[in-house]
Write a protein that binds this ligand. Sequence first.
Ligand code: LAN
Length: 726
Amino acid sequence: MYSQLSVGDPRAPFTDYSRWRLLVSEGGRHTWHYLNEEECESWPQNSVDKYWLGLDLNYPALPQPKNAFCAAQNGYHFYKTLQADDGHWPGEYGGPMFILPGLVIGSYVSGMGFKIEERLEMIRYLMNRANPQDGGWGIHVEGHSTVFGTALNYTVLRILGMDADHPVCIKARGTLHKLGGATAIPSWGKFWLSLLNVYDWAGNNPIPPELWLLPEWVPFHPHRWWIQTRNIYIPMSYLYGVRFKMAENDMILALREELYPENYYSIDWPAQRNHISQADLYAPHSALFDMISLALSAYESCALPPLRRRALARAYELIVFEDENTGYQTIAPVSKMFNLVARVYCEGTESEAFRLHKDKRDDFMWMGADGMVLSGTNGTQLWDIAFITQALVETGLADLPENKESLIRALEWLEDAQVLENPKHYEVAYRHATKGAWGFSTKEQGYTVTDCTGEGLKSVLYLQRELSFTPKLVSDRRLYDAVDLLLSLQNPNGGFASYELVRGPSWLEHFSPAEVFGDIMVEYCYPECTTSVITSLSIFGKHYPDYRAADIQHTIKTAVVYLHGCQHPDGGWFGSWGICFTYGTQFALESLALVGETYATSKASRKACEFLLSKQRKDGGWGESYKSCELGKWVDHTDTQVVQTCWAVMALMYARYPHPEPLERGVALVMSRQLPDGSWPQDSQIEGIFNKNVAIAYPNFKFSFTIWMLGKAHKYLRDLKSFTNM
Ligand code: LAN
């Protein structure tokens, strides 16, 4: 058990912020370290550390920008100081409020400790993110309080050492009880609490590992599921199969008292399986799912031990494959912590697996200005470097002498980040190829992501082929590998999904057990992913007209057909990974422009421009709420958002919108929000989204998209005016 800690006002750090350092190691790995005084002298804090810790950089004011290009230049003057020595831009990746609980509960039940400073700052983070009105937490930082968020984060505070009588705990507990208590927690919460032995396994719907023994042709075989969901349910099925639970201790006994308004020992557990709080419910179970669960529950009482043993062995094998394929990062932190618990159950805390999991756990723990945050992945390395490098090349900022060195370092990072081989455990682990890929974060994590490969390829092409001063680090052969991989990922409808081809039917969504997420069972095609792929193929085709030209042309043509098919009747495209129509429409219009469809030539493009223009606000900007993603229709944000304004103006430029005025107003808004040192403050806490219901932050977007949009708009508006003056 961790010791009790007493804490004060969370607005001030609980640790000495001058002692934290971000270590950037091989491949762009991020780990935060708390140094002692001697170490501090030999390893001084740099601008990257200070910025992300929220410490003053004390930069002088830059000359007032006289136009959009100068504003972009000032922006990069600032942002360049956040580039790590290895060439990429580290960043915080918070937002979801169910990832830290996985880390803490998973560590606790596995006997893995934390440093005291980490515990203190995780506590502070949760205190700072509690909803001010009721002291609870939602599914993400801006969401209303739910049982999922409140029960899990309350549990975390207690495990980390906060006293149950602390006012923060009292308030959160009150909210939890008002919401009905932890019995009504969604299924993933039931699962975590069961591992912790504060929720009975009988209160969970079955997750039989036997699923892994089904023949692969079965339409609902798990290898057809979306890879994130698959990788989470592999260890879940294992842990369910063995009914892992931590041994009782005083903390567990206390939590059984605190999480429930009723007497824990009198709860009718089987009746809780489908009991989900209304505050949490986003995707209710289908009647079919409930019926199947009932049948599976009957099976549980007579599961054949030899079959169960074989199924467990198969699930365990897949867990080990995933750990080894990803250097123990796994695809994302939720599956990582489940894998850890499974490995500890099977191999113990003295094992190599335990040591390696512990080492890589640090990659998800990010020190932020408000305390220690959990990252949605082991970073956003590739995603952020791709946007800023393209921005610099397209705006002309790349040609300024003072930026050259930074671009060369960025190219070196990109070169090193390309995955050169297929996974160690490849088809046996149901993986898609990775040779030639760029992933979302680092090479070690190693998952192909369609749009990350597209954006990575585009960046390398820009840096190597469109600048005169850069070395040609990535060989033609390696670029061909990326192209081959991208071409292998197109679906029959022309679209591109996130990590793999769509492998399963969308009716599998009726079997979705996770009540708080939308569309998680299988892959779907996305306009964003599709655009990143085809724009990169098109740029590649310009530089390498002889390589698979017919395939590339065909891919682009059919992808555009897909894009037309998913335009909403009001003109926008729904974005699944950024908020929301503003994000999706920007990408789709970029794609249409590739095949010559612009405002002047295409009805679809015109309709999209008009849709966006109808959303422009009086101050010249755009602001869309994450609620759009939940509801599937546009919802205004309360405030104008700089990043969304950039997306909207970019969209209009892709469509070659002919009237300068709305663009000028967008530019003016973004310039008016710039600070004297060239940076932009953070607006809302979130720019991104996943699975319709969870918001996630991309804080580097406020640099990459501002710089990109301003520099591009400067040229665009100049050309537009000289054209109309002719
Ligand atoms: C991400 C982040 C990046 C994102 C883009 C590249 C932006 C997108 O275009 C493709 C999908 C991808 C790679 C993506 C998928 C889902 C992730 C990994 C995340 C949103 C970050 C966290 C999330 C992961 C699923 C969290 C675990 C929770 C589940 C509900 C399964």
